[in-house]
Design a protein around this ligand. Structure first.
Ligand code: NAI
Length: 509
């Protein structure tokens, strides 16, 4: 089919998303018709866009002539009939299957046989939307992110009926509009809304079992390089919206327990604690935001007779370097045991171990050693000094090790965050579950690994994509960690993706 560059575009729905899409299309040189069922809404949106462009001109970000030309290209339609000549329709109306179906059927009666129909739905199956069309092969998902002019990602979603040439044309068009498109198969949540679920779910699971406060969870994940922790992010998105997406992914997956919504969030939604928009969520707004954690002062570790760094690989090497620095002041250095099957520090008879999914209590019970602590996976390498890092001490540990574990982490350059002794702690379990979800998406042909990485970096601004994390964390270790979460909690949430398991076995998954 012919390309869509330069074709007149009809945008239906002049709300938040529709007006953003109209802005981008007009700036890219398309004649844009904007239509909304609510009388006056399209004209209002056009007037708002005029003000937006004026603002950009005032800031020197857009030439006045370009702003004028873009505005001249947009017109508010008073009836759908006016869209007869368009080559592309982008639907951005209310998120309702029947409303969208009715609208698409109506549009099919107006536009030419070659026109492409795109839907900006964030959760409805593209296949279901296409099913009753006369030409279902011309419907494709074009899922923009909010705010449209700023967010680079566009998920180009193909349903069962979608003609690959239509998906390819929309993909190319998105590129021409300065976006980064990623192909996705029509499955619940597409790419971003699906792969991101565990980011919220793991935080909510930790809150449900009272393992940590929201501020501690946020600090730990910010320490791993995420721009916002999950609790402050849910407050920003709105708990009602976040809960609705979780529920829709859960229901669309036939109530797979892996996607089960959280009672913690349900209670907040029921109570009207919706986050920033209602003045209160996990935090109070606007005054508070995520409060700073109380600064814990850690004395230098007590003098030890022997310190050994265990394990091999970049994390063990980084620990060895940090331990060498920490002990240099006392005029000696740590020993190194690269053949161990664990990574961490042995301090006399005590152990400070990188989490492998077992709790400190489980490790203590298995080894007969009481003085054990586990610490979270440092995701940022090299970790800037003072990076927040969660840790937990075995319940049977003596009082001395209880304070020494934190003191050692501080001496190694981290800001230790005391967490309850839960399997996989905070960052390790969250990131393992994110990688696992991405692996399953690839297994099911929802997207390619590179598409998942691009989508998560651009759609939710993650510091890295799931497959980039996987490059630095062996699949076998991630699978083992999730298996241990499963052994601890029992249920279906912690189910290793077959893709990850095959990869762990060295097969090219
Ligand atoms: P919105 O509520 O701001 O705008 C929807 C507009 O559609 C309203 O102006 C409404 O009057 C109009 N409308 C409703 N039914 C209509 C019909 N039958 N014909 C013509 N116009 C109609 O909603 P928003 O946020 O712009 O969402 C629109 C679509 O984009 C939804 O499918 C949503 O799931 C999706 N989306 C939303 C994102 C967001 O962050 N808000 C992100 C990505 C997708």
């Amino acid at each position: 089919m012919a390309g869509l560059q330069g074709t007149p575009v009809l945008v239906v729905g002049a709300g938040l998303m529709g007006s953003g899409i109209a802005q981008v299309a007009a700036q890219a040189g398309h004649a844009v018709l904007l239509f909304d069922a609510r009388a006056g809404a399209a004209a209002q949106a056009r007037a708002k866009l005029a003000a937006t462009w004026d603002g950009l001109v005032a800031k020197g970000r857009l030439a006045a002539a370009d702003a004028q030309a873009a505005l001249a290209r947009i017109s508010a339609a008073s009836a759908l009939d006016e869209a007869r000549g368009v080559g592309l329709v982008i639907e951005a109306i209310v998120e309702d299957l029947e409303a969208k179906r009715a609208l698409l059927a109506q549009i099919e009666g107006v536009v030419g046989a070659d026109a492409v129909l795109a839907t900006n739905t964030s959760s409805i199956s593209v296949t279901a939307l296409a099913a009753q069309l006369a030409r279902p092969q011309r419907l494709v998902g074009m899922h923009f992110f909010n705010p449209v002019p700023l967010m680079k990602l566009v998920e180009v979603v193909s349903g069962l009926h979608t003609d690959p040439a239509v998906a390819a044309a929309v993909f190319e068009l998105a590129q021409a509009w300065g976006k980064t498109p990623v192909h996705a198969r029509s499955t619940p949540g597409f790419i971003v809304n699906r792969i991101a679920r565990p980011y919220y779910a793991e935080a909510l699971a930790l809150l449900l079992e009272q393992a940590a406060t929201p501020a501690l969870i946020d600090a730990g994940l910010r320490g791993a390089g995420f721009r916002m922790g999950p609790c402050e992010l849910m407050d920003l998105i709105g708990h009602d919206t976040n809960f609705a997406v979780t529920q829709s992914v859960f229901e669309a997956n036939f109530h797979d327990r892996r996607y089960q919504p959280s009672l913690v969030q349900r209670e907040m939604v029921d109570g009207g604690l919706l986050g920033r928009k209602s003045g209160r969520g996990f935090y109070r707004h606007p005054a508070e935001g995520a409060p700073a954690l109380p600064v814990a002062v850690h004395e230098a570790p007590a003098a030890a007779a022997a310190v050994t760094v265990h394990g091999a690989g970049p994390l063990a090497d980084a620990l060895a370097e940090a331990a060498t620095k920490a002990l240099a002041a006392q005029g000696w250095g740590p020993a190194r045991e690269t053949g161990s099957d664990w990574v961490g520090l042995a301090v006399d008879g005590a152990q400070l171990r990188l989490t492998d999914g077992r709790t400190a209590a489980e490790l203590a019970a298995g080894s007969g050693l009481a003085d054990i602590a586990v610490f979270d996976r440092p995701l940022l390498q090299p970790a800037p000094p003072g990076t927040a890092l969660a840790y937990a001490v075995a319940g049977r540990a003596g009082p001395a090790w209880r304070s020494q574990a934190g003191a050692w982490l501080a001496a190694l350059g981290y800001a230790p965050l005391p967490l309850a002794d839960v399997p996989g702690l905070l960052v390790a379990r969250t990131v393992a579950m994110l990688v696992n979800e991405a692996a399953d998406a690839v297994l099911q042909g929802v997207c390619a690994p590179a598409g998942a990485d691009a989508a998560m970096r651009l759609g939710v601004a993650w510091p890295a994509g799931p497959f980039e994390w996987l490059a630095g964390w062996p699949a076998a270790e991630i699978a083992a960690l999730i298996d241990r979460l499963d052994a601890h909690y029992r249920g279906e949430r912690y189910r290793v993706s077959p893709w990850l398991r095959r990869r762990a076995l060295g097969e090219s998954a």
